[in-house]
Design a binder for this molecule. Structure first.
Ligand SMILES: Cc1cc2nc3c(=O)[nH]c(=O)nc-3n(C[C@H](O)[C@H](O)[C@H](O)COP(=O)(O)OP(=O)(O)OC[C@H]3O[C@@H](n4cnc5c(N)ncnc54)[C@H](O)[C@@H]3O)c2cc1C
Length: 340
């Protein structure tokens, strides 16, 4: 397809503004919305357009101040009892009506469980495209949103020829801006009529998926991650032992999750979670792009691998080349001695 075919000659002049869906639960904003405001700010500044946060819920007005402090120029607020708890029907309806009215050029949604359900349905309702799990964004010389994500060993740059240009990004991909409480965004109240009959799902009971601290990897400050180099599920006791000494959660690659050595909650990478801890210790992990895209924002990366050419060693802050079965027990012993 030629460049001209991809970028059909269509008049998009009526579409303006960068929108970020500000996901909240129990009247508390999810970090991912604030993270998207930071990249949204960069895009809006480049386009010289407004950055708008869209907030849906019930009795959530107070959250507008936080959205403003994290970079929004404007907050579009829809309050309705039927938006108190997320349902895909009500949220798609509200966002679709707002999008049709205001015509944003770009609409970013966090790649959370809810976002991953909401975004494609909304895109279908609006008759536009969507790129999921982007790891970066830019604006090209013609003002198109460049949606960047890993594709095998390459980074794909995807353009959308319809509007709004929709994309999701997982939590922990972007860093929030420093908050500035002196910023004051204009709050625009909108009403969306929703009737209970339009909502086809009913929440009967809320069950927390995990309260196992080892598995709470998205919020962990320290993570010890194991790969196929561990050789067996039993050998993961070494990883758990190191995690105990360091005070860390435990994660792993898709290879180990596929083998049942760890739970799916613990997978880091393109088809797992994105993490950004202060410390990430990668043990017996090769460092393929599908894994590293999920942990590359970690502050300090320590990699232990017997292969000096393993890609993970290229990106590690500290690399240790050697047999993990010798190094990890030594590390545990040394750390225990320091802690005594
Ligand atoms: C569409 C798609 C999506 C994917 N999504 C993900 C994802 O979300 N997350 C993910 O992790 N992967 C994902 N993958 C898979 C990914 O491409 C890699 O195959 C995977 O990350 C490799 O896992 P690994 O590092 O555990 O295993 P390997 O690549 O087999 O690496 C094992 C490493 O252990 C080292 N080693 C072996 N023995 C020892 C020892 N005794 N001491 C020290 N080091 C040792 C080896 O040198 C090697 O580097 C995806 C793939 C595809 C196609």
């Amino acid at each position: 397809m030629s460049e001209d075919t991809i970028k059909e000659i269509t008049d998009f002049s009526g579409y303006k503004g960068v929108w970020v869906f500000a996901e909240q639960r129990d009247e508390r904003l999810k970090n991912v919305g604030l993270e998207l405001l930071s990249v949204g700010r960069r895009l809006a500044d480049k386009l010289r357009e407004e950055l708008v946060a869209v907030l849906l819920g019930h009795k959530v007005e107070e959250l507008a101040d936080e959205l403003s402090a994290y970079g929004a120029d404007k907050v579009i607020l829809v309050e309705n009892e039927l938006l108190k708890r997320y349902t895909v029907d009500a949220y798609v309806k509200a966002l679709a009506e707002l999008s049709l009215k205001y015509k944003p050029s770009i609409l970013l949604i966090g790649g959370t469980l809810k976002g991953r359900e909401l975004a494609p349905r909304l895109a279908a309702r609006l008759g536009t495209g969507i790129t999921s799990d982007c790891t970066d964004f830019d604006i090209d010389e013609e003002g198109y949103l460049v949606q960047i994500k890993p594709f095998g060993k390459l980074m794909a740059e995807i353009l959308c020829r319809t509007r709004p240009q929709m994309a999701t990004a997982k939590p922990n991909i972007f860093k929030k801006l420093e908050q500035d409480r002196s910023r004051k965004a204009a709050v625009i109240r909108e009403e969306v009529k929703i009737s209970p009959e339009e909502i086809h799902t009913k929440v009967i009971k809320v069950i927390e998926v995990t309260n196992n601290p080892y598995e709470n990897i998205e919020n962990a400050e320290r993570i010890v991650a194991g790969g196929r180099g561990l050789g067996s599920k039993e050998n993961f006791k070494l990883i758990y032992e190191l995690a105990d000494v360091v005070g860390a959660a435990v994660a792993g690659t898709r290879s180990v999750v596929d083998r049942g050595w760890l739970s799916a909650n613990q997978q880091v990478g393109q088809s797992g979670k994105t993490v950004a801890p202060k410390l990430y210790i990668a043990v017996g992990i090769s460092g393929g792009a599908y894994h590293t895209v999920g942990m590359q924002n970690s502050e300090v990366i320590v990699a232990i691998n017997k292969d000096p050419n393993a890609p993970i060693l290229q990106m590690a802050t500290y690399g240790v080349v050697g047999d993990l079965f010798k190094i990890v027990p030594l590390l545990i012993e040394k750390l225990k001695r320091i802690q005594r």
